[in-house]
Design a protein around this ligand. Structure first.
Ligand code: AVI
Length: 325
C-alpha cells in the first residue's frame, strides 16, 4: 500500500498571509467581496462534497454520466504516453472513471491541489489502485503558475484535466487569462479536457444553488466561520444569510452573504460596518453556451475539438487543443 510519505511532492503552498490580505482588501471595497477559492477549507471541502450528492445539484452526476458514456472517445482524444495533469484534484474520486480507462496509456498523473493533506492522501490512494501509474502530486494554488515534475519531458503531450465547471467560477477576463496559462503549460500539441456547465432554465439553476437541506447555505456561511477562526474575527453567523440569484445580465449564478441587520464586525485589528441588506459577494458561477466557451478558449489559443453533452444539454465536457504557436 502506498502511503503519503512514499510519494514525492512538489510543494508550492501559498503563504497564510495572502488569505488575510485578500479578506481585508475585499471587505474594504464598495461591493464587499471574498474570492470563492477561500470557500474550500477542510469543512468547506466536505460541505462541497455533500453538495455534489444533492438531488438539486445536477452538475456532478451529469458530468460523471457523460464521462461514463463517452469514455472511449475521451481516451482516444487524450492519446498514448500523455502526462495527465489534474487541476483541483481534491479527492481524485471522479478521476477514477478516466483513470480506469486510460491509466495504462499514461506517462504519468499529476494531481494538483491547494490542500496538502487531502492531496497526499488522495494521491496515495490513486497510486495504490493503479500500481503501474507514476503519480506525482503538486501542492499549489493552480490559479497561479507552478512547476510541473521534470519527467514531463518524456511525455508525448501534456493534457490538463479540469472537471466540475470550476472555469465558471472565474470572471471572463480571469477565465481567459487562466486558460491562456493552461495553453502555455501544455504547449503546442497539448490538450485540455474540461467540464463546462451550460445555460439552462433559471429555475433549475436556482434550485441547484438554494437546496432544500440548506447545505449550500452552510457552505457559503462557512467562509465567515473560517475568517473567525483563522483571522481572529467576530462575524455573527446568525446575522448573515445565504443568497444565490440568477444574474441574467451576466449569465451566472451569484452567491452572496447578506447582512440581516446594521452591524460592525472586527477582523483582527480592523473593523468593518455593514448596513442591513448589504452583501459580501462570494462566488460567480457562469453558465455558457457552447459558442461562448469556444470563443473564450480561442482567445486563449485553444481550438475545441470535441464537445460531449447529456441528452438534456445540461452540462458539457469539451476537449480542446493548442495548435502550433
Ligand atoms: C466548484 N464550482 C464549480 C461549484 C459551482 O457550481 O459553481 C461551486 C458551488 N457553489 C455553490 N454550489 C457549488
Amino acid at each position: 500500500m502506498n502511503s503519503p510519505e512514499t510519494l514525492s511532492l512538489i510543494d508550492c503552498h501559498p503563504s497564510e498571509s495572502s488569505f488575510r490580505e485578500d479578506v481585508l482588501d475585499g471587505l474594504s471595497r464598495e461591493q464587499k467581496q471574498i474570492a470563492s477559492k477561500y470557500l474550500y477549507d477542510a469543512r468547506g471541502s466536505k460541505l462541497f462534497d455533500r453538495i455534489t450528492t444533492l438531488e438539486e445539484y445536477y452538475p456532478t452526476r451529469t458530468e460523471a454520466s457523460i464521462m461514463r458514456t463517452e469514455i472511449d472517445a475521451m481516451a482516444e482524444a487524450i492519446g498514448k504516453d500523455t502526462l495527465l495533469v489534474e487541476y483541483g484534484s481534491g479527492s481524485s474520486e471522479k478521476t477514477r472513471i478516466l483513470l480506469d480507462r486510460v491509466s495504462q496509456n499514461l506517462q504519468g498523473y499529476v494531481p494538483v491541489d491547494i490542500s496538502r493533506d487531502h492531496l497526499m492522501d488522495a494521491a496515495a490512494r490513486i497510486a495504490s489502485s493503479y500500481p503501474d501509474l507514476d503519480v506525482r502530486p503538486v501542492c499549489a494554488d493552480y490559479t497561479s503558475s507552478f512547476p510541473l515534475p521534470e519527467f514531463v519531458e518524456e511525455a508525448a503531450r501534456i493534457v490538463v484535466y479540469f472537471p466540475g465547471s470550476t472555469i465558471g467560477n472565474f470572471e471572463r477576463d480571469d477565465a481567459v487569462a487562466f486558460l491562456d496559462r493552461i495553453a502555455q503549460a501544455v504547449g503546442a500539441g497539448g490538450g485540455l479536457l474540461i467540464g463546462v456547465d451550460l445555460r439552462k432554465d433559471p429555475d433549475i439553476l436556482h434550485a441547484a444553488y438554494n437546496d432544500r437541506e440548506g447545505v449550500t447555505a452552510r457552505f457559503n456561511l462557512n467562509l465567515l466561520r473560517r475568517i473567525n477562526r483563522e483571522l481572529n474575527a467576530d462575524f455573527d453567523l446568525d446575522a448573515f444569510r445565504h443568497e444565490a440569484v440568477w444574474r441574467s445580465d451576466l449569465g451566472c449564478i451569484e452567491m452572496l452573504l447578506v447582512s440581516t441587520k446594521d452591524q460592525s464586525v472586527r477582523v483582527g485589528e480592523e473593523t468593518f460596518s455593514f448596513e442591513k441588506g448589504e452583501s459580501i459577494h462570494t462566488e460567480y458561477s457562469f453558465k455558457f453556451t457552447p459558442e461562448q466557451f469556444a470563443e473564450m478558449a480561442s482567445e486563449a489559443g485553444f481550438r475545441i475539438e470535441r464537445v460531449w453533452t447529456d441528452d438534456q444539454d445540461l452540462f458539457s465536457i469539451q476537449y480542446a487543443t493548442v495548435g502550433a504557436w
